[in-house]
Design a protein around this ligand. Sequence first.
Ligand code: PLP
Length: 412
Amino acid sequence: MGDNRRQCRICPVHDENAIYLDYNATTPIDRRVRQCMMPFLSHAFGNPSSGNHSFGRETADAVELARYHVAQLVHASPNEIFFTSCATESINLAVKGLAYSGQAAGKTIVTTAAEHEAVLATCRQLEDRLQVTFLSVTRSGSIDLLGVTYRVPRGRTLLVSLMWANNEIGTIYPIREAAEIAHRSGALFFTDATQAVGKIPVNVRASGVDLMAFSAHKLYGPKGVGALFVRGGRSEIKLQPLLAGGRQEQGLRGGTLNVPGIVGFGEACRIAKMEMSEEASRTSRLRGLLEERLRSLPNVIINGDGQSRLPNTSNLRFLGVDAPTLIREMGNVAVSTGSACSSQSGSPSHVLKAIGMCDSCTCSSIRFSLGRFTTEQEVNVTVQKVATAVPKLRATTRQSGPGPHAKPASVG
Ligand code: PLP
């Protein structure tokens, strides 16, 4: 994390030597983003809806500039970007907003078993008013497009929902092809692009997506702000607002806007647009080093698709090793056993199960997610810690026999 952390004199630093390899759960705020936000946490406090005075106009201008930068990053128009509080809210707004808009009767939503819990739980909540099909994924975590075609009934499908990239194993999905299948059947296409935006190129026009959710805190922006892309803005796709209230965000999402958060989101997107390609090469190289060295240990396997993967994500299975115990042995290296969300439920990762892994293998798996501030030195230290711990833990297991797997500690 280097410079970014040292330059912050505000937040408590728990351990100067801690190594953060959990960027898919959340990212630290880039110091350039923080600097941009500061005026809006002090003197620039006006309500952007107060257009009749300069305090309000100043923040309204800042929000619109941020909207422009967010739109630019994903090749949208500013009027197609709606600010929310997080990707989870954007997902709920897209899926429920569509289902509640009077078009759902007798229709189906088609999604996959490997989606983030925010999509899965939203779809499950709708099962009393429409049918939901949860498609299985392949062993590499991807989808069989031909199979999807058969499972998307023509004229009866409301929405096809497929994430752009998986948060746990990093698999990148064939979004353009899936959107085409949805459109051929008369359905709309939604994608949860929370892990993709800022890491890989995301183009809403070229891919043909209709609705797309993403979040600032995954790309070095602040927590508490997300966005929903709606193709054509409010006029083309009818979504029922979920919050009754003010007329903010063209009436789709009432509530006073989180101006500092939105300004930070805009700056984070501006930086991502400039630096994403170089950053992807750098993290991919570091990920390559990590995997090459860890896989020189016996029985270490990459979970998911080794090829079509986010450049920063490595989900590794250490056969015969209990992942939560290994994480404890790694001390101050922050990694995760799947998604921050599934960690709290304490059950094995639904994504790893969806790619066909048994409970025991899921409990031997660790997600390493690298980012902007990861250094080669940090990768080396991590490799060293794992390389010391794994043989030791395997020897202990051999002596004492395999005990019941501890519950996985974490995975976002
Ligand atoms: N979708 C994916 C793929 C995610 O990884 C996450 C967070 O981990 C979310 C949705 C939820 O994002 P947020 O925390 O902004 O609600």
